[in-house]
Design a protein around this ligand. Structure first.
Ligand code: BES
Ligand code: MN
Ligand code: ZN
Length: 478
């Protein structure tokens, strides 16, 4: 999608107008029957009114909600609801005009419309005219919108869509090597972060036993991508380090997932890695003045003659040993090495994003992300704020030390699974052991991949975590 700022006339364009109930309908060129039609709906307190003017469409959004974080979400959803009309009418350009003097409203409508106009269509060979969205340009008519707003919107929307594309890509395209190469390509060509890809030899040299253990059953080598963004005007001394789970496919390994349905969506098990990639893309393309590092360990997890087995003991990057009792608890094995490796950067804070547990999904469904951590309260408060701003809301779980009792092993420093209860938290407590730095763990297993469209969150990969982390970094106070 391309966003533009415009000041010419809107009178001959497909137009979305945002205003209060006192909107001047005559000034919009409405008269006769259409004027009466719209006025009646406004009087009946409708807030989204679609008018077919035959030579064009007019979509009126009444924006009078209380000014809290839900207001922008209502507007994103209103924007999203126009996407199907834009598609069926084969629109390539839509204008959005703000008449109530609140530029955030226009930006939110534009964001919702753009994110809803998405379909992963790469593999269709037929009927593309019915499948593809036609919308390419969104013109913003609002005198308060500046270059920074525009760049930011372009960066966030592109980043979210690129992250969705990667999540939607099957393993037949996106193995660990391809994932790393795509990450590097977007950094080099579009966004501006630098990428260093560690290959298997380097991963061995560094002793990343967790990543290597999960990779043992794979026919493809693992990768470890290091994304760095360090602007000259950075306000922070120590970087924020983001870590993303990059399991490009999770069969469960020898602890194979039961066939009926549970494996079908597991191409999305690199959703955390995609979120870290997308956040780094948006942050560097929008040139936020904050140093950030992204770490993405990647491999698939599958059974094979050489696969790691329940009972194996693995020596991790930080020297600790882990008894593997379930090869399907593989995410924590690769994340632990990355979280340990993060000390190379002397981070201010480490935040990981991962499709880590079915328990997190079961606990809150798809309406938010699960988060927990040991970092100073100000970080978690800031994360909640980012969650509300972006509507990728935070369900904060307890992080009491007693939960780690479940992870104690008879023969090694810890095991990789806990008991029946609190599975999302015991996974987080496992990860915590691999760093001395302030740590927040975000489990996105619920919302990373959704079974049906939900306004501007489209079916399949959602790109959850991209907007959340962008907003967190943007509002970060060093
Ligand atoms: N990738 C899965 C978690 C998952 C489940 C993500 C459903 C998205 C939707 C993860 O690797 C996994 O298999 N977790 C196990 C851990 C268990 C073996 C301790 C789980 O949650 O069942
Ligand atoms: Mn698994
Ligand atoms: Zn997994």
């Amino acid at each position: 999608m391309n966003f533009f700022r415009k000041t010419d006339s809107v009178s001959d364009k497909n137009l979305i107008v945002v205003d209060s109930k006192n909107i001047d309908l005559e000034k919009l060129g409405l008269e006769g029957n259409s004027l009466a039609f719209v006025q009646k709906k406004i009087d009946a307190d409708e807030t989204q009114i679609l008018v077919n003017l035959y030579d064009r469409f007019l979509f009126i959004i009444i924006d009078e909600a209380k000014d809290d974080y839900k207001r922008n979400e209502t507007l994103r959803k209103a924007g999203a609801s126009f996407a199907s009309t834009a598609k069926s009418e084969k629109m390539e350009t839509v204008a959005i005009q703000g008449l109530n003097g609140r530029k955030e409203s226009i930006l939110a409508v534009a964001e919702g419309l753009a994110l809803a106009s998405y379909k992963f269509d790469k593999y269709f060979t037929k009927d593309l005219d019915k499948i593809q969205f036609t919308l390419k340009n969104i013109e913003l008519f609002d005198k308060d919108i500046n270059d920074t707003d525009l760049n930011e919107l372009n960066a966030i929307v592109d980043a979210t869509i690129l992250a969705r594309n990667l999540v939607n890509e099957p393993l037949s395209y996106l193995n660990a090597v391809q994932f790393a190469m795509d990450i590097k390509k977007y950094g080099d060509n579009e966004a501006g972060y630098k990428t260093k890809i560690l290959n298997k030899a380097k991963i061995e040299e560094l002793g990343m036993g967790g990543l290597l253990a999960v990779n043992k059953g794979s026919i493809d080598p693992p990768t470890f991508s290091i994304l760095s963004y360090s602007p000259e005007n950075a306000k922070n001394e120590k970087p924020i380090v983001l870590v993303g789970k990059g399991i490009v496919y999770d069969t469960g390994g020898l602890s194979l997932k039961p066939t009926a349905g549970s494996m079908d969506e597991m191409k999305s098990d690199m959703g955390g890695g995609a979120a870290v990639f997308g956040a780094m893309y948006a942050i560097s393309r929008a040139k936020l003045p904050i140093k950030v590092i992204g770490l993405i360990p990647a491999t698939d997890n599958r059974p094979d003659g050489n696969a790691y087995t329940p009972g194996d003991v693995v020596k991790m990057h930080n020297g600790m040993t882990v008894e593997v009792l379930n090869t399907d608890a593989e995410g924590r094995m690769i994340l632990a090495d990355a979280i340990s490796y993060a000390k190379e950067f002397d981070p201010e804070i480490i935040i990981d994003l991962a499709t880590l547990t079915g328990a997190a999904h079961a606990a809150i469904g798809t309406q938010g992300v699960v988060a927990m951590g040991n970092a100073d309260r100000k970080y978690m408060d800031a994360l909640h704020k980012a969650g509300n701003n972006t509507y990728e809301r935070i369900a904060e779980f307890p992080f009491w030390d007693e939960y780690f009792e479940q992870m104690k092993s008879d023969i090694a420093d810890m095991k990789n699974i806990g008991g029946k209860l609190a599975g999302a938290i015991t996974a987080g407590k496992f990860l915590e052991k691999f760093t001395e730095y302030p740590f927040i763990h975000i489990d996105i297993a619920g919302p990373a991949f959704i079974p049906a469209d939900d306004a501007y969150r489209t079916k399949g990969g959602t790109g959850v975590g991209v907007r959340l982390m962008y907003d967190f970094v943007k509002n970060y106070k060093a």
